[in-house]
Design a protein around this ligand. Sequence first.
Ligand code: NAG
Ligand code: NAG
Length: 240
Amino acid sequence: MYSLRFTPLCLLTISLLVHGVISADPLFHFCSKSGNFSAKSPYEINLNKLMSSLSYKVVPSGFGLGSVGQAPDRANGLALCRGDVSSTDCKTCVSEAKTEILQRCPNDKEGIIWYDNCLLKYSNKDFFGNIDYKYKFYMWNVQNVSNPASFNQKTKELLSHLTNEAYHSPKLFATGEQKLGEAQTLYGLVQCTRDLSTTGCKKCLDEAISEISSCCDGKIGGRVVGGSCNFRYELYPFVN
Ligand SMILES: *[C@@H]1O[C@H](CO)[C@@H](O)[C@H](O)[C@H]1NC(C)=O
Ligand SMILES: *[C@@H]1O[C@H](CO)[C@@H](O)[C@H](O)[C@H]1NC(C)=O
């Protein structure tokens, strides 16, 4: 069992069964509910153009962003694939994300959707380069470790180490592992959207890591997933 909770405003907790790694179900989504567009409006036309372009822009680097039209009808969006995902899987994920978010947030001027393999976000506001403090959720494995204090410490160390690697790297992405005694290995992943600066990426990940105790205190696996950065740790290998 995996649990999921989202911040900032709501304190809903949802439990869901873990799907296979190749599951195509979204992890989560938000619709902004702060503004609607009407059918055939300039915003809708711009948004549709933007959305079709993102699944192409995201290949081959795994990141694409774009804006279509002029304010106030300008549509801005980005798509990011997990750093270890193949171009084919990346394109598939973003195409699916586009269809899903438009269905799940009908006429909404802003929305975001996450999958294991990618995230897609769009807005009428120009959000590029800014850390997203609005959209975030937590996932954790309900199983507890037997030694939470030292486990949390080791997890923080690994993720901080990966952050220091990621924010200097071209993909703003890093994965790694660390032995925990004889029998256990901790696996970690960190990633930022590439509209952030290197310092923005570090800040975003440092803040996410500081939320470990709220998210996944003493849990054998967990993720803090935001619109600009995310981390994940598990006691099993999950990177391709
Ligand atoms: C947007 O449209 C939905 C459904 O038609 C409606 O419930 C909602 O109040 C609208 N929101 C705004 C901000 O206009
Ligand atoms: C994990 O620990 C929490 C808090 O001590 C407890 O409420 C929960 O039932 C435990 N979960 C499992 C799966 O044992």
